[in-house]
Design a protein. Structure first.
Length: 612
C-alpha cells in the first residue's frame, strides 16, 4: 500500500519568493496533518523572543489527509502561528470550502513569512501562485465585501477566499480569518498575524484530484459512513436546531453562563437557543464541503434580509452572558463581528467583563460617559463592537481582551480567561470535566480541544474507553478527559468536524485507506496524544508552566441559583489526577522523559528538562 505525500508551499511576502516542499513521511505518520503536524513543523520556529507580529513569524495554513475527500464532515483546515493574544500556541480551525479547494489547487498547506511592502493578496490557481495588489481592499472593505470583490476580480468559477477585516488590518489580538461568507477561524488572533504581514486575503482555485492511497476502498467507506452519519441522532438534532441544539438543556443543567458567569438563571435564556431560532427567525440551513449535517443557520430578520444565523457561542455570548434575549440584535452583533473580523467569544466575554467591572464600581466614570455599561443594554453592545473594531475610546481597552482589561483595573480574578484566551460558554460548574479542558488546553480556555461537555450529556465512546460520569464528579473523570483530548487532537489533525458523531473504528478505516499508513487502533490514538504533548512542549518553550494550569477565580465561586447552584469543581484534586494519568511531572507540568520516549519525542527532552 502506498503512502500519500504532504505538499506545502513556502511563501516569503518580503521577497515574493516561494517554493514547494514535502513533509517527510515519518513526520507525516507520527502527526498526520492539521494542527498536530503544524505544531511539529513550527516547533523550532516559535521561540520565546519571537514577536508574533514580526515579519519572521510564520503563519501556517494546513489541511489534513481527509480534507476535501467528501468523507464525513471533512471540509475543514487549520491556521496556526504564535498567538498575538496569548503569546502561546495559536490555532484556529475553520470549515467551509477553502481547505478542500486548497488541496484541489495542489497544496496541503501554505507556510507564509515576511511582510509585504504594500497590502497584497495571494492567488493560488491550480498549482500556480501570484502576488496581487490589495491596496484597493485595505481599509476599504469588510470580510464579506472583500470575498465578493475578489471573486468578481478573479472571474474563476468556484474560487474560494480567506480574508481579514478591519480588525485584522489593525492587528487586534482577537481578530479572525473568515472564508465562505461566514466560516470563521475565530480564536487566538490569526487575523492579526495576517494583518501584520499586510496580507489581506488568500484566494484559491484548483481542479486536481486529491491523492488517496486506496481510492476504491476509501470511496466505499466514505459512502457508508456518510449515510450512517446522516441518520445519526446527533446529526438530526444539529440539522434541525444548529449548534444551539442543546441550549435549553445547557440552561437547565447550569452549563450556560449568564451575567458574565455570576448567575445561574436568566429568564430570557429560553429565547436564545437553537429551538427558539427555529421557531422564530430560521429561514434555511447552510453546509460545509460535502457535509450531511448542515448545522449552519440562515435567518430572516425583521428588515426582510437573510443573514447567517448565530452559532451557540455567539448566541450565549451576546445573549444570556450580557442578559440580552433579542435574537434579532444578537444576529446583528454576530454579523458586525464577522464583517470587522473579530472573534465573537472573546469580544462578548470582554464586554461582559466591562459590564461587571462597571456594576462593581471598578471602572472610572469617564468610561461610561455617553452610554450605559449595564446588563441588557442592547444599543451599548452595538456601539462597543464598533469602538473595539476601530480601537477608539473604551474600545482600545476592550480590543486587548479580558485579561488585559481586568489587569488595567486591578481585578485579575474577575476575567473569565485562561492564559490570555477568554473562556467559551460551557460553565465547568455545570459540567466539571470542562474545568480540566479549559485549564490544560494548549491555546488557553478552549472548548474545541475537547468538547467534553458532549460526554457529560452522554456522547460516550466505548471503543475509546470514554464513558460517562456524573456531570459534577471530580478526579475520577481525569483519565476520561485526557483520553477525549487525545481523540479530539487526532480529529484536529485529520481534520474532522467535532459535530460529526463518527464511530472510532470507521475513522480508523478512513485514515488508513486515505493515507496508506496502516495504523492499528492504538497507534492512531497515540497520534492524538503525541500531538497533545507536542503542543504542551511548545508552550513550555514559550514560558507556560504547571502553575498556569488554573481556572480564573470567577469560575471558582459557587453560583447562587440554577442547575449548578452551590457547586464548585474540586479543581486541585482533579488536576493532580490529570497529571498522574498524563504522566506529567506534578510540580512543573512537564511530560516525564519516559512518556516522551514512548511517544517518539525524545528530541524534546532537552528543551523540557535541560538535558542532552
Amino acid at each position: 500500500m502506498r503512502s500519500i505525500s504532504c505538499r506545502i508551499l513556502e511563501i516569503d511576502l518580503s521577497s515574493q519568493e516561494y517554493r514547494a516542499i514535502e513533509v517527510p513521511l515519518d513526520i507525516q505518520r507520527d502527526f498526520i496533518g492539521g494542527s498536530g503536524l503544524a505544531a511539529r513543523l513550527l516547533y523550532s520556529q516559535l521561540t520565546p523572543d519571537l514577536d508574533p507580529l514580526s515579519p519572521a513569524a510564520p503563519l501556517l495554513f494546513l489541511t489534513g489527509p481527509l480534507t476535501g475527500t467528501s468523507g464525513p464532515a471533512v471540509g475543514r483546515f487549520v491556521i496556526c502561528a504564535k498567538s498575538p493574544a496569548t503569546g502561546l500556541w495559536g490555532e484556529s480551525n475553520v470549515g467551509g470550502f477553502f481547505g478542500p479547494e486548497l488541496r484541489a489547487a495542489g497544496y496541503d498547506g501554505l507556510w507564509i513569512t515576511g511582510e509585504a511592502p504594500t497590502p497584497v493578496y495571494l492567488w493560488v490557481n491550480d498549482g500556480e501562485l501570484e502576488f496581487r495588489d490589495a491596496r484597493h481592499l485595505w481599509g476599504k472593505t469588510d470580510t464579506y465585501q472583500a470575498q465578493a470583490l475578489l471573486r468578481e476580480e478573479l472571474r474563476a468559477p468556484g474560487v474560494r477566499v480567506a480574508t481579514i477585516g478591519l480588525a485584522g488590518e489593525s492587528q487586534l489580538p482577537f481578530s479572525v480569518v473568515l472564508c465562505d461568507h461566514g466560516r470563521v477561524a475565530g480564536r487566538t488572533g490569526m487575523g492579526a498575524v495576517m494583518g501584520a504581514k499586510r496580507l489581506k486575503a488568500v484566494a484559491v482555485r484548483g481542479a486536481q484530484p486529491l491523492p488517496l492511497a486506496e481510492r476504491e476502498a476509501f470511496s466505499v467507506l466514505r459512502g457508508s459512513s456518510n449515510r450512517a452519519l446522516r441518520d445519526d441522532n446527533v446529526t438530526r438534532s444539529m440539522r434541525e436546531l444548529g449548534s444551539g441544539a442543546a441550549g435549553d438543556y445547557f440552561d437547565y443543567l447550569g452549563m450556560m453562563p449568564k451575567r458574565y458567569f455570576t448567575r445561574g438563571t436568566f429568564e430570557g435564556a429560553v429565547r436564545t437557543t437553537g429551538a427558539s431560532m427555529a421557531e422564530t427567525i430560521l429561514s434555511g440551513v447552510s453546509t460545509c464541503h460535502a457535509c450531511v449535517i448542515a448545522c449552519g443557520r440562515k435567518v430572516r430578520l425583521s428588515d426582510g434580509g437573510e443573514r447567517k444565523g448565530p452559532e451557540y457561542e455567539t448566541m450565549v455570548g451576546f445573549g444570556p452572558n450580557l442578559e440580552i434575549s433579542n435574537l434579532n440584535r444578537i444576529t446583528q452583533y454576530g454579523e458586525l463581528c464577522d464583517r470587522y473580523g473579530m472573534d465573537t467569544i472573546s469580544l462578548s466575554n470582554t464586554i461582559g467583563l466591562a459590564f461587571l467591572l462597571a456594576e462593581r464600581g471598578h471602572l472610572p466614570k469617564e468610561f461610561e460617559r455617553g452610554f450605559e455599561l449595564a446588563w441588557g443594554a442592547e444599543d451599548t453592545v452595538e456601539r462597543l463592537i464598533h469602538l473595539t473594531a476601530r480601537r477608539e475610546g473604551i474600545g482600545e481597552l476592550l480590543a486587548l481582551g479580558a485579561r488585559s482589561l481586568a489587569r488595567q483595573f486591578n481585578s485579575p480574578d474577575l476575567a473569565a480567561q485562561v492564559n490570555g484566551l477568554e473562556v467559551a460558554y460551557h460553565d465547568p460548574r455545570g459540567a466539571s470535566g470542562m474545568a480540566l479542558v479549559y485549564a490544560t488546553s494548549p491555546r488557553g480556555a478552549c472548548h474545541n480541544q475537547s468538547d467534553y461537555y458532549a460526554v457529560e450529556l452522554g456522547q460516550t465512546a466505548d471503543e475509546l474507553g470514554i464513558r460517562r460520569f456524573r456531570r459534577q464528579d471530580g478526579p475520577e473523570k481525569a483519565a476520561n478527559v485526557a483520553r477525549h483530548q487525545d481523540w479530539r487532537t487526532l480529529w484536529n489533525s485529520l481534520v474532522i468536524c467535532q459535530f460529526a458523531n463518527v464511530p472510532p473504528s470507521t475513522v480508523l478505516g478512513l485514515v488508513n485507506t486515505a493515507t496508506g499508513f496502516e495504523y492499528t487502533f492504538d497507534e492512531l490514538l497515540q497520534v492524538g496524544e503525541r500531538g497533545w504533548v507536542m503542543k504542551r512542549a511548545l508552550n513550555h518553550r514559550l514560558g507556560l508552566r504547571g502553575q498556569n494550569d488554573r481556572l480564573p477565580g470567577i469560575l471558582l465561586d459557587p453560583l447562587p441559583d440554577g442547575g449548578a447552584e452551590g457547586y464548585v469543581p474540586p479543581f486541585d484534586e482533579m488536576l493532580a489526577a490529570y497529571y498522574h494519568v498524563r504522566e506529567w511531572d506534578p510540580t512543573s507540568g512537564r511530560p516525564i522523559k519516559a512518556k516522551l520516549a514512548e511517544l517518539n519525542l525524545e528530541d524534546l527532552a532537552r528543551d523540557l528538562w535541560g538535558e542532552n
